[in-house]
Write a protein that binds this ligand. Sequence first.
Ligand SMILES: [Zn+2]
Length: 398
Amino acid sequence: MDQDDNLLLKTVDGMKNEITVFLAELVKAKSVNPPGDTRDVIEVIRRKLTSAGLEVKLLSVDEDKPSIVAKLGPAQPKKKLELLYNSHVDTVPVGEIEKWKHDPFGAEVENGKMYGRGIADAKGSVAGMVMAAKALTDSNIELLGNLVINPVSDEEVGGFKGAQHVLDSGEINPDYVVVGEITANKIAIAEKGIIWFKITTEGRTAHASTPWDGINAIDKMINLLKMIDNKVVEQLKQRKHPLTPPPSMNIGMITGGVKTNVVADKCEVTIDRRILPNETIEGATKELQDVIDDMKKQDSDFKAKMEVILTGSPIETSHDSPIVKMAQEVCSSLGISDKPVGYLQASDGRFYAEKGIPTILLGPGLAELAHSPDEWIDPEEVVEATKIYSLLAVKVLT
Ligand SMILES: [Zn+2]
């Protein structure tokens, strides 16, 4: 650790109370999504960043879902390097309120835990990133490149009006990205990708007393799903990645038919498929399409079409990437585990990974607590994250 690092750590230690108060303010500024109105929490962040001397820009598709882009560093950077700190300010809804012992928007503290909806996912990360920027300005540390603090809206419903919009706007051009997500301050370098399929089988109506006059689209769907189970699901069991959970497939919705005494002429399913970083969206799509094509060959009455309704790339950042190495150095200097892990959920990180930008996920809080009642975080872990974020910015940008 050099002089700058020691100064930063001292500054962050002196900020402990301010970090906890700021975190509580973020929780109290309700930002559940849907409906996803994040203006209150974005205003809390805007004030903090402005007070730290950063220039804050607001970007939005929808007026009630703004995202922040705040740059720290010289106007004429000596090093053409941009480090992006992204995290999300929207949260999932409270769910069944009876299951909460604590006020979801009260930021109540009990036995060293602070409670609230979204406090781990991902307001703890947001607090750490914003306070890291303040620690850097308070310590008068000069960066040679740019640090961009980028709290976004819309992550919980897909990120298209948040992270993706900011990336497409041209306001940022990151060389490295750190996504603040619930990794318990571990360095996550891999995440599964996602594809949603909609498959529709078509038949021909007839009276249920003479079903042989028609073609039952539900029967055809049942046959198809059995075939998918035999051919694809069985194969998924063989596939592995060292850092992520196994690949998966879930039939989420099924609809079909019009009446009990009518042969169904239409049946529709939607499927959620999670792919490993070593699988591809194209490959997984072809795999399913091949089953449909096989069915068509075997059964001349079988008619089906498949649509891809949503995709998100997996993330896999090389162990040798400079951002991984530097994050490892920072974590080990703080006595924290520097062993790269996989991220269990899906994140906005895929937007950067898709563009080939080296991306890691790192933030305070436990993934198991996300989206559940009495979500909590240990404010000390947020302080630790603030240290990681500020030391990492110095390592990358000086
Ligand atoms: Zn999250």
